[in-house]
Structures are given as structure tokens and as C-alpha cells.
Ligand binder design. Structure first.
Ligand SMILES: [Zn+2]
Length: 238
């Protein structure tokens, strides 16, 4: 026990010394963060404005099936502070950044969504899972599950088709690329489901995932995303 206490004291001392030499900085603007638990400063935090809208309004593709997928919640447009924090999470493996945004998203999940039977997420391809080492939508869904007390269903959606990178394709090509790319093997009759992705680009991927769940009898009560890209957005995704 004494050894553990000594180790913890050493760790704490080391952290204090490191913070003195390299003071923590906001990952967006380098001002001091709100405190050591926050990766960003207060002015960057206040620039994030979450909102909800019908998924069919946020998606740039137009498809009749999107009206069956209810409301989508998001932390905002994929630009500025939000984009920087998302890229820190996805490209530099900054898990504190991902967890931070996931907590904000979890706290704006509408109360009536808490009756969902489970929450799930867009699965990664094996290729990107191997490259990144984690699936961002899974991290988000896990946090929301813990904060809201909604069961997490880890493996309901299976990716069964090798798809091309969506960013390189036109809107029509995107729909065709991910059509029937996801499969569900269980019967989901009378099951209420929330589906998570990190960035809503055209809506083609979430449409394909939700369709796979709906085809097995599931009901989508809502979807949630860190950010969305509006039509004619020219900022690169990464
Ligand atoms: Zn900042």
C-alpha cells in the first residue's frame, strides 16, 4: 500500500513539474484550457452551438427513407473549433478531445430518447480500424450509453461490403457505394434504436446503416453526430 501511495505521489509531482515547464494549452488556440480536464479554453467552448434538426434536412442527399429516421442532434457545422477538436481526436488519437465532445453530445440527448432499447454506431472498415486503432463512432456511442444509461449494442451492424472512400465520390456514387454495405442478422421487431456517427457528410452512410436496422423491424428514434457538413462545404474533411 505504501509503495502505491509513493508511486501516486511521484506521478502527481511529475505532472505538476511537467505543467510548470509545458503549461496545458487549448488544442485550438493555445490559450489556457478551462481546467486540466478540458482540452479547450472557455472562448472555444462557447463557440460550439449544438442543435437538432430532422435528419432529412441535415443530409445533402435527398431520399424518401430519410424521413423515417427522425431527429438528428449535432454539435454544429464541421468547421473552426469543432473541426479542429474532431481532427485532434481522429487523426492525432487525442482521446481527451473525443471524450470531451462525446460528453457534450451525451448531455444534449433528448430525454425521450432515453427509452431507446439500445444505442449503436456506424462500424469501421477493417482497413481504417487497423490504421487508426479505434472506431470514433464507437467511442461516442459508449460515452452516451454510460451517461444516459442506454444499453450499448456493439455488434448489431456488420460491414459486409468493401466500399471506396466516400470523400472521393459524387453524391449519387456515394449512395451506390454504401448501398447494402451494412447487414443486421437479428430480428429487431419493436426495437427502438439510436444510431451514432462522427461526421454527417451527405447522409448516405447513415441512411444505409439505418435501412439495415429498419429492414429487420427496428425503429430509428434518432441519430447523433459530432458535426455535419452542409451542401457546398469546401473545407476538406481531414
Ligand atoms: Zn481556445
Amino acid at each position: 500500500m505504501k509503495t502505491n501511495k509513493f508511486k501516486n505521489e511521484c506521478k502527481s509531482l511529475f505532472k505538476t513539474a511537467t505543467n510548470l515547464i509545458y503549461p496545458p494549452q487549448c488544442i485550438c488556440c493555445h490559450n489556457p484550457p478551462i481546467n486540466s480536464y478540458y482540452p479547450i479554453c472557455s472562448s472555444c467552448l462557447f463557440s460550439i452551438s449544438p442543435f437538432s434538426a430532422d435528419l432529412k434536412e441535415l443530409s445533402t442527399i435527398k431520399h424518401p427513407q430519410l424521413s423515417k429516421m427522425g431527429k438528428a442532434i449535432t454539435l454544429g457545422e464541421h468547421k473552426d473549433v469543432l473541426r479542429k477538436v474532431i481532427l485532434a481526436f481522429k487523426q492525432r488519437n487525442n482521446m481527451a478531445a473525443g471524450t470531451f465532445l462525446s460528453y457534450i453530445l451525451a448531455n444534449i440527448i433528448p430525454v425521450d430518447w432515453h427509452t431507446a432499447d439500445f444505442i449503436t454506431y456506424v462500424p469501421s472498415s477493417n482497413r481504417s480500424l487497423k490504421k487508426r486503432g479505434f472506431n470514433p463512432p464507437q467511442i461516442i456511442a459508449t460515452t452516451i450509453s454510460q451517461v444516459c444509461g442506454i444499453k450499448l449494442n456493439l455488434n448489431i451492424l456488420k460491414k459486409v461490403k468493401n466500399t471506396k472512400k466516400q470523400a472521393l465520390l459524387s453524391q449519387v456514387q456515394r449512395i451506390n457505394n454504401v448501398r447494402n454495405a451494412y447487414k443486421v442478422n437479428e430480428n429487431l421487431q419493436n426495437t427502438k434504436i439510436i444510431v451514432i456517427d462522427d461526421v454527417l457528410t451527405t447522409g448516405a452512410t447513415i441512411l444505409s446503416c439505418c435501412n439495415a436496422l429498419i429492414n429487420k423491424g427496428g425503429k430509428i428514434i434518432g441519430t447523433a453526430f459530432f458535426s455535419y457538413r452542409p451542401l457546398f462545404c469546401t473545407l476538406p474533411l481531414s
